[in-house]
Write a protein that binds this ligand. Sequence first.
Ligand SMILES: [Zn+2]
Length: 102
Amino acid sequence: MANTYACSDGTRVDQKTIDYRIKKAKAQKKIEFIDEHGYLFCEDCERNDCKPIDASHEVSVYEAKKTGRTELCWSVENLRYRGRPCHQRYDKLDVQFNPNRV
Ligand SMILES: [Zn+2]
């Protein structure tokens, strides 16, 4: 049986379900963001030339699974747009605090 990860409400999900829900959350984030701002930009530096832009997790997928809050993986509120330069800067900071992060 595949590994499963706990959500705050006690339910458990497998990685396939997590991946699918993350995909849906990212699509939803894009709809809401475009709806509000009209275009995509990096939320860290607020520039639209900070590219390529991707939705990154505030609480990482690893951290969410480890702490039994797997639902944060697909929470739109837990997603933030970052361009690659800001994303790498953020991940580097995170790795310093949390060397076991994957
Ligand atoms: Zn940026």
